[in-house]
Ligand binder design. Sequence first.
Ligand SMILES: NC(=O)c1ccc[n+]([C@@H]2O[C@H](COP(=O)([O-])OP(=O)(O)OC[C@H]3O[C@@H](n4cnc5c(N)ncnc54)[C@H](OP(=O)(O)O)[C@@H]3O)[C@@H](O)[C@H]2O)c1
Length: 317
Amino acid sequence: MTITAFQFFGSLALVSVAYKFAHTVLPWLYVNIIGPKFLGPKLDISRVGGWAVITGATDGIGKAYANALAKRGFNLVLISRSLTKLEDVAKKIGEDHKVDIKIVDVDFTGGVDIYDKIKARIEGLDIGVLVNNVGVSYPYPEYFLECYQQDPKFLQNIISVNIHSVTHMCALILPVMVNRKKGVIINVSSTAAVIPNPLLSVYSGSKAFVDKFSVDLQTEYRSKGITVQCVQPGFVATNMSKIKRTDLMTPSPDTYVAAALNFLGYTTKTAAYLPHIFLQLTLNLMNDVICEPFTTNFVFNQLLNMRKRALRKQQKQ
Ligand SMILES: NC(=O)c1ccc[n+]([C@@H]2O[C@H](COP(=O)([O-])OP(=O)(O)OC[C@H]3O[C@@H](n4cnc5c(N)ncnc54)[C@H](OP(=O)(O)O)[C@@H]3O)[C@@H](O)[C@H]2O)c1
């Protein structure tokens, strides 16, 4: 039997589509939908046990992690800037979940000596979970040079809070986890790290650092029993996003954190909440299929409009 060139290349195309499906689409579906949604977390975080340390724990996503982990029986170390907010949050979580709570008031824009204070407070604790959540962004989208001219310390602050806190906290707490031969580090990045984000360039760059650091740290410490998860939220209704109302694309911090904990063990980097996963997928497909300059310009124009609105509002005040 002879086959025509059309049949030959047709079969080849079918085989490559089937191969791509088996090697890319099926694992993607398992890691992003089937596993976390229908089978539950691959790693049961409660089994890690001990204390959980959370930075930026008095509001938004950090407070939601604190509640979720206390609900699973973890004692907590809450770290944030404002002492009264820390006391209030600790009191409420303590009453709700009957766990031990320590608080540490430090400003992550401060010098390295703040880590001595944290180190002293966590000394001797059996720490199983670290959530590197604290983060700051721009008050509104702005050109890089304008940010610098308006406040030269702004760039240093954003890097201290978004990058230095992550590396320093890991350096303080990883030795305890390595000794215990188990531990979970959750680093909160952002979708901004993986999509075009002009006018927020230092923020998105700092979050891209968190992404890359997390992946390579995971490779280094997987064999020591450590799981690193980097979550990349889209918009979540918090003070930082200035969004009060939740909807499908903007979950509450509790909804987001519940989704993220279900992804533990499946993948090192994840947007973790299904609508945010599809948002990333759509933007990446737009990049690949339509072309990158189109997507970049689309986002740039949206952010330019946000900048204009913010400046107009500022002028009125
Ligand atoms: N919300 C979103 O749409 C979104 C999207 C993507 C990624 N993220 C990331 O998610 C993380 C949490 O964001 P969020 O929206 O939950 O923020 P948030 O509601 O503004 O809460 C920020 C928390 O960090 C603390 N904090 C801020 N600056 C600090 C400093 N200099 N030193 C010590 N503590 C400080 C705050 O404490 P005080 O109240 O005491 O200041 C508060 O507990 C960040 O890393 C952010 O980049 C958020």
